[in-house]
Ligand binder design. Sequence first.
Ligand SMILES: Nc1nc2c(ncn2[C@@H]2O[C@H](COP(=O)(O)OP(=O)(O)OP(=O)(O)O)[C@@H](O)[C@H]2O)c(=O)[nH]1
Ligand SMILES: [Mg+2]
Length: 384
Amino acid sequence: MSYQDDEEGVPFDGNPGSFPKDFGYGPFDGDGEISTLSGDSKPRILLMGLRRSGKSSIQKVVFHKMSPNETLFLESTNKIVKDDINNSSFVQFQIWDFPGQIDFFDSAFDYDMIFGGCGALIFVIDAQDDYLEALNKLNLTVTKAYKINPNIKFEVFIHKVDGLGDDFKMESQRDIHQRATDDLNDSGYDQIHLSFHLTSIYDHSIFEAFSKVVQKLIPQLPALENLLNILNNNSAIEKSFLFDVVSKIYIATDSTPVDMQSYELCCDMIDVVIDVSWIYGVKEEQAQQDGTAFDEQSFSLIKLNNGTVLYLREVNKFLALVCILREDNFDHKGTVDFNFLIFRNAIQQVFEFRNKLQSTPITNSIGSPVVTNGNSVLADGLSN
Ligand SMILES: Nc1nc2c(ncn2[C@@H]2O[C@H](COP(=O)(O)OP(=O)(O)OP(=O)(O)O)[C@@H](O)[C@H]2O)c(=O)[nH]1
Ligand SMILES: [Mg+2]
């Protein structure tokens, strides 16, 4: 497996193993600093779609805490905006926000560079508008990208569904799904898989959809899910999420289905914990220094009046475990806490293992180390 950064115009070699090995995180290190991948070597998520479909709004709301109403004042994007997702966040990648009017037939557009190191392509369709033009553009974009990099995960956000009734929502999704896959079959690309998500910046659906996109790019996902399943089974937990606290996207959950309400509850709980910590838990000088209200002492227990308990524990600097369990089962809190410690330890091992793998040099198909801008990717990725 190798990851080539194509900033220097090195064409993507079409090697199916070229998905970045080190997607996502800095090395696991309970309280130390994370090493940050240099901007250009981070895996990319592209945001594409017609003008005014809501691309910049999504990026601002999910990763910059912009309130949905403020997006009304966003100006149209006129060049590719590259956004490094916070080095302080556990999940590291770059988001490229494209202008809606980008023209694929423009020869100034360097496809190899753009699609080469890309992990996922999110295509945003405005569901409140006529979507036929968007579907054409989707087809064009996806086929072009696939030819260059068949490993890209294609995600379609059927966006702005806040204005639609439930029936209409389902109907639009069915129709868009049908037409998009038919179009791909007609153009001879039936091997391309598209995933669809109904999203809106006015509720949690956009965070949920982004969580799923990011999860697909995390190689350790099955291990994380498995650990969550084991934790749930042994502690009588109904549902658990592993959250990236800064962005509130969940990087893993157990194998029971996610219902939106539980996810929203957990998101709100993180907000409460961070807000209360800001007020009561942060010393003034600390606030000025690093501006974080989440640390190894962060934990919270909220009892709801329907016999449910929400339980939050810090896993590391960037991750929190949030569980939902029934109050009756919370009698043996000691067991839950003990199991949590084992879980946390296991997560640590997963990332230590990953880091160990990373310290074996990454080689390309002919066995020579991959070199970017004169430095090996590895040295770049692991320097502290
Ligand atoms: N109702 C609703 N409006 C939204 C949603 N997301 C974005 N919008 C609105 O859509 C408009 C366009 O949003 P932008 O984010 O600028 O769209 P864009 O895709 O970046 O547009 P270009 O940069 O021109 O390509 C703004 O007025 C947003 O407030 C949503 O989920 N629901
Ligand atoms: Mg924009």
